[in-house]
Design a protein around this ligand. Structure first.
Ligand code: GDP
Length: 315
């Protein structure tokens, strides 16, 4: 039986990944911050606060997984500006501890552990070219991106040292499991509440930002395909299609049956971010070719699934 260890198992991606691996017959271990967190049924939970505890190396040595998926992170670019040192620890230093632990096992002769790092389009900051691919200049413009860039570099270094480590450069990926700290869920939850008269207006920051939004279950499928690929490598995972935040608002409000969305949205300067990329668009040709990966849900499908979920929650 293949044994997987997932950090960040209670998050959006972690929960979808746990479900996918369990359906494939894996033994799934997950790292949780505290005992109160809801863990997918069937996952063997290990309580460990990565922010303060360095026991992840010990856990890797004990579990000896065949595949490690590192999804734990301070996941919001906005929050990374409030907590840059915590971001450096969770999104950067922890990855060093994990890769060092894998290398110790590797050097003892067990050389087939696959390490998959959830990297991010934020490593490109304000991108130098469009669309971005695996060769695009890494030049982060946020504490989140800088920490993810360090981790991306580490994965490359450990791969050169013989460890089967891959970095998967994920573009924004959404689902009804997104928290409202992300703009998509903030919008779909507000659209649902406004359509039912439970909220008047929605406050947003940069509505001109264009993002390459994909469907989260498709992106965890890409992580598994990466782990199972013949050799470790870096892959961009994206749809290649970008939409503005404004377009997301229009689509979500239309789905919720609200016609006057322009009157409902207020722009707040406090929600603007330094270093916010005006446009992100990923070229996933390499993953399409080598991993036989492709997205299953487009922009309209994602918006509809999220709005319908939020309407159902309120009914
Ligand atoms: P992330 O930037 O990858 O963490 O994803 P977000 O969903 O937080 O942000 C996506 C884009 O939406 C960014 O360009 C934000 O600047 C923009 N945005 C505009 N208004 C908001 C808002 O109210 N909240 C958030 N989270 N993002 C916003």
């Amino acid at each position: 039986m293949t044994r997987a260890l997932i950090t960040g198992v209670t998050g959006q991606d972690g929960s979808y990944l746990a479900e996918l691996l369990l359906s494939k017959g894996y033994e799934v271990h997950g790292v949780t911050r505290d005992a109160d967190e809801a863990v997918t049924t069937g996952v063997i939970a290990h309580e460990l606060d990565l922010a303060t505890d360095s026991a992840i190396a010990e856990l890797i040595a004990t579990v000896e997984p065949n595949e490690i998926y590192n999804l734990a992170a301070l996941s919001s670019v906005y929050q990374s500006w409030q907590s840059p040192a915590l971001t450096a620890r969770l999104n950067g230093a922890v990855v060093a501890e994990m890769l060092a632990a894998v290398k110790v096992i590797h050097d003892r002769g067990k050389t087939d552990i696959r390490f998959v790092q959830a990297s991010s389009a934020e490593i490109f900051g304000v991108p130098t070219e469009s669309p971005q691919n695996e060769q695009t200049t890494v030049r982060p413009t946020s504490p989140y991106g800088a920490a993810k860039a360090y981790a991306h570099g580490l994965v490359g270094a450990y791969r050169t040292a013989g460890v089967a480590a891959s970095s998967v450069i994920l573009y924004n990926h959404e689902s009804p499991r997104r928290p409202e700290t992300f703009v998509t869920r903030k919008i779909t939850a507000a659209a649902a509440r406004i359509s039912l008269g439970l909220q008047d207006t929605l406050e947003l920051g940069n509505v001109d930002a264009r993002r390459d939004w994909g469907w989260a279950p498709d992106y965890v499928d890409a992580l598994v395909r990466t782990a199972q690929h013949l050799f470790a490598d870096d892959f961009v995972i994206a749809t290649g299609v970008s939409h503005s935040v404004r377009e997301f608002v229009a689509a979500a409000f239309a789905r919720a049956g609200v016609d006057d969305w322009q009157d409902r949205v207020r722009i707040s300067d406090t929600l603007l971010r330094s270093g916010d990329a005006p446009l992100q668009s990923g070229d996933a040709s390499k993953a399409r070719q080598l991993l036989d990966w492709s997205p299953t849900l487009d922009f309209d499908g994602i918006v509809s699934a999220m709005v319908d979920h939020d309407l159902a929650l309120l009914s």
